[in-house]
Each structure stands twice: as C-alpha cells, then as structure tokens.
Write a protein that binds this ligand. Sequence first.
Ligand SMILES: [Zn+2]
Length: 455
Amino acid sequence: MTSHVTSHVTYWAEYAWLPGANGPAVERDVLIATGPGGRIVSVTADSGPCPSGAVRLGGLALPGQANAHSHAFHRALRGHVQVGSGTFWTWRDTMYRFAGTLDPDSYLELATAVYAEMALAGITAVGEFHYLHHAPGGVRYTDPNAMGEALIEAAARAGIRITLLDTCYLSSGFGAEPTRPQLRFSDGDAEAWAVRADALKPREHARIGAAIHSVRAVPAEQLGTIAEWADERQAPLHVHLSEQTAENDACLAAHGVTPTRLLADHGALGPRTSAVHATHLTEEDVRLLADTSTTICMCPTTERDLADGIGPARALASAGCPISLGSDSHAVIDPWEEARALELDERLRTRTRGHWTANALLRAGGEDGHASIGWPEAGRIEAGALADFTVIALDTVRTAGPPARLGAEIAVFAASAADVRHVVVGGRQVVRDGRHLLVADVPGALRASIGALSG
Ligand SMILES: [Zn+2]
C-alpha cells in the first residue's frame, strides 16, 4: 500500500491466531516479517523475546477484518434514527434526507472519518456498496464518478483497502420510475451504468466490483447486463436480497418467482456473488444459493436495528454458502459484535448453543469476508498473504482474565472495537496503541463531517 514508506518491517506479536494443520490456534512470540507488495514474507511462532529492530505488538494478532457491506454515509444517521419508533421504510426516508445533502467534497470528509473509525475497530478492508452517484435531481458531475472517487480517496486517507461495489439502481420498484431522492442513484439503464462503471480504475488499495441494488431497483431484463459486466472482469457482484418480506411479495406479484430465483434465472448468482441479508428465504432459495456457492453477507447489527428478522445463516452455511459480515448502516461499527451476533442470534432463535465456533466466526470476518469483496489473498496471517492484521489487547477490563490460548473466544465473545490496539495494512501500521496514525482526531472528524450535513 505504501511500500515506499515502510516495506520490510518485521513485527513481533505477543500472541497471534495462526492457521495450522489441525485448524487455527493461538501461538506466542510470533515474528511476522513483511516485504514487497505489502505482503507477509514469513511467520515464525515461538521466536523468543522481541528482537531489536522489530516492532513490538502487545496483545493478540488476528487477521484484519473485512467489512463486506458498507454504505458510508449511513453513519450520519446514527442516533437520529433511534428517536421514537418507525419502520424500515421511515428509516429509509431519513436516510434519503441525509443522502440529499452530500457532494463529493463533503462525502470525502465523511467517508474518511467513517473509514478511520473502521480502522480503529480492526477493519482493514471495506466493501462499499455505493449508489449515491449523481448530484441532486440526477445531474451528472463533471466526472460522473466523482462520488465513487471520493470514497476511494477516503479509504486511502484512512489507510484501509476498499472494494468499490459500484451499484446499479434504476427503479423505485419493479420498473417504476425512480422517486426524486432516487434520481441521484440512477444511471437511466444498466448499459449506461456499465459505461460509467467502466471508467473506474483499481489502485493498489482499491478494487472495483459491481452491485445490483436489489431486484426492486433493477428491472429483471437488465439484471443480466450487470452480471455479465462482473463476469467479464471476474469482479465481485453484490446484491441486497430479501431483507424485507415486502420485497418478496412484490417480486412474486411482478414475476411469479422469489428474488433469489429471479437472480438465478438471470445469471446473477455464483461464487463471486455475495447476497446481502438473505433474511426471508424459502427452502428452494437456500438450495439455489448453496448450489451456486453464493456467499451470504450477514449484517446482524443492522438487521436487528431495522427489525428485519433473523436470516437462516446456519442453514445457508451448512448447505455450503460461505458467510461474510458487514456493518451496513453503521448503527455500530464493531466487527467483533457482528461476529458474535451471528452465533447469539441463532441461539435465541433455536434455544440451543454452539452453531459456530469462535474460529469459524473469525473466518467469516477474515478469509471469507475478504474473498467476498475480491481480496482472496488477504484474511490469513501466513507467508504470501497481504500483511493486514489487527491486534486486540488482552489486558482490558473486557478481555483480561482468560488464558491467551482462548484468544479467539475472547475476541469474538467478549472484546469490542474499543479493545483494538494496533492495526497493520499492507505492512504499514495504521493504528498504534488505539490511536489512528493518519487521521489525527477521528471523533472530531466525525463530528465535523456529520455536523456539516445536519446543520
Ligand atoms: Zn445495505
């Protein structure tokens, strides 16, 4: 990422959660040498005390966490949408009000602060599901990708990786014209979306993917255009799927099939596809998603906030779908909370324990999360992988007590974003001792950028 500054740094972690022949385990005194391309050159456990010249990282090193589903500007809604009651749809009206105030400059400021918050929480890569493309009323910016470029730049400033999942959003519902707030989202048709998306170029820290906002927002006959665009580029393809039963009802009324079946019929499912939420599915939907090896991106803190329901994540995983995790609306940004929610929601639903191990939950935020957003070479602390890792403290009020060998269980079931002490992305340290090294005052940046929107 910034190999010209800090390539070839060797880190020494007090403890690290490493892959092994018998599954992952916590090892001690782990030397992690980084090198060209921001990759890990070697990992050596039981290396003895921290050698001079190595950077000492106290605590437990874990793979950097992938936040596979984000809408950065939703961070501005925090608090505002918790007043009184309301529904998913009234929440969406508030979201549209905030969306209406953003321009490329203010979005750069806001997203930089939000991605810095993510880094402080242990997130090293974000999948940004981006649909706020145009100026109010749908007027094109001079650079039609000015908003997407602002997000790519924001990730660079915050020191994390981004996959810009450029989102096609054309309709207010099954072919109906976009409403006024939605004019900012629409390119007119999928062909025009593809032309605009083509102009986005990857960078060292940034990759480009595609997204179908939902089967509501893209007419069925245009779904294939987006799927083909992603196929041609071997790029990730994300889609909101069956978050609300109203979407299923409307899809059945319009097409006589479920949203999952509609996507399958138009070639939009597959191993590079991530279906986000997948809350309200039929048994056939689960089979279709599993047969196509589609990843399921669960966003438990948002799903609970919006009263969506508890999706069949365990059934999907057992059927063969990889699971990734996202903070989506950013009601909170805490990858450890997302991970534990997957298991704890299932416990509440079934009144039994033990659906996912801590190791499996770390895989959802690590390896499978990165694959979901098109960084398959990240998410593991091993030679050859990208040198992206996050270190949680084992000596805080939340994490002190258990032996370090239970580090995975501590991270997933007890730690919070506040326990993240160090973060390294591409071999470069971005967070040191809980302090962001690139964005000096993250709370101040959030206050300023959100305050500017809400007046
Ligand atoms: Zn979303």
